[in-house]
Design a protein around this ligand. Sequence first.
Ligand code: ZN
Ligand code: ZN
Ligand code: ZN
Length: 543
Amino acid sequence: MGTPMVNVSNFVSAVQSRLKNSVVGYSGVIGGAAIPAAKFSAGSARTAANGQSFPFESSTPTGVGSVSKFITAIAAVQLLDRPDAGGVVGWNILNATLDSPMYLGLPTYWDLRHDIQAITYRDLLTHTSGLAAESSQGEPGQDYFSLKTYLSPTPALGTPALGPRGSYAYSNVGFALFRLLLPNVVGLVATEPPGQYEQDRAFEYATKFQAILNDNLWGQLGITGPSQGTPAGADHAFMYVYPGSSPGYDFSQWQYPEQTWPGEGQPLIAGAATCWASIDQFTPVLDSINKIDQRLLTPAQWSHMQGIDVPSGYEGYGMGIDRLTVTLENNQYRWVEKNGGLGAFVSTGGGSLTTSVAFFGESGANPNNGPFYAALFINSDILAGPGSEDGWFICTKCESLFKPANGNVCPANGKAHTQGSQYILSNNQPGGQSNWRQCSKCSALCYEPAATDPSKCPADGGRHTPTGNTFVLSQTGQATLEIQANWRWCKNCGVLAYSAGNASAGKCAAGGPHQFILSDDNYAIEAPLNADGVLIEAFSKSI
Ligand SMILES: [Zn+2]
Ligand SMILES: [Zn+2]
Ligand SMILES: [Zn+2]
């Protein structure tokens, strides 16, 4: 693994130049074990479209989305991953460790299904429990009552089956359970059945979970203010669609589906997806962990969170962490990262946010080797560039690029294409190839400027019907963090499909897989950039 020198001012400049005229507002920080924190902010926390405009600053409270899983994991590790866990009466009344069955920490009066009995706390923290994956069909909600039904012997109709324990499947419900588990580990919530006051009990769990974070995490560093719900006061960031000329979304209005408890719903689903904090409040947490000053985590606990020195089968899985390394130009570097995102659209406004926290570099004699930490909170999407159009997807069944539309037919099964990763096309690509258009019958991107070009549409077996905007594709074949190469034109049906470097792939309307001419153009397609990608890009430009 490489040990690079990092130029902190180049890192900051790289973030600033990428986000200039591309986001509504942001704040970020980079600091090292022997280098003071450099904070940087720009743009607006709220724009004039929501009344009064004011700047995004390092003190601006922001929803961090799934970066809250990193916070949840710290709190779980503090309680369950210590030499005396399971052996001391008093604070850990369940005598639980990371490898204890987690069902013993659920409310004792819940009627539980039996197939979850082997799941441990460590399984939940590493997304290897088999519980419902993010965005899976029928994924349960993260509120108390949805979790109770999901874990009962009679889950709701359409709930996904329990996956194999030990296989990675990113699960929000697996992290939301800690809102109930940690208060029970510490014995903060009554165990008798709540009878008609079960909604009050659900609220009590939410309150006690926040109390654990306040005492064991934020409070250890003297930080006050972070909360699961939108913070009090009128200075938190709203979420926008760039450039923020339309009203943004205020998450303080949000309630979960079928919520009956008055007020906002975020605290009632906390654990996996919600936490509000500013860069000023997050910086001491990242700094303490990066220095391993032991105010939050011991050296062993921080190693375990990074998938180091853990039991067999869990090596290389972070706890509350998405990524442990990054490869840039064939060099692999330590890059320990958790990202987050939220989005909401209602009649009064809408938008998204994207967030990331990262640890990188190694300890050594030279402070420019690190270790370093960084964070970046952005309250909108990141514009791809002028003339761009997002909302294109790879079809996971036929490998074609398509954009959902009225006509939508997949050659793999004759039904609508199946949405995979998102991509961005542009009509403004200097030096690229023009004349790519969408077929109005099958939704795929195709190339047939002449009536004699190959064309076969899965909708009716005739030629595609190219319609609407004309897109320009890069023929460079150059992949970067934001750009994926190895997209190819199929010589039998005329669509763009992902080749993975092979001469054939996917399913073709002309029969069999798509067929590519590998000596022909290698197209490079842009993927949306999030806060984690901005930080990695800045790292690559500062070493
Ligand atoms: Zn398809
Ligand atoms: Zn077609
Ligand atoms: Zn084809």
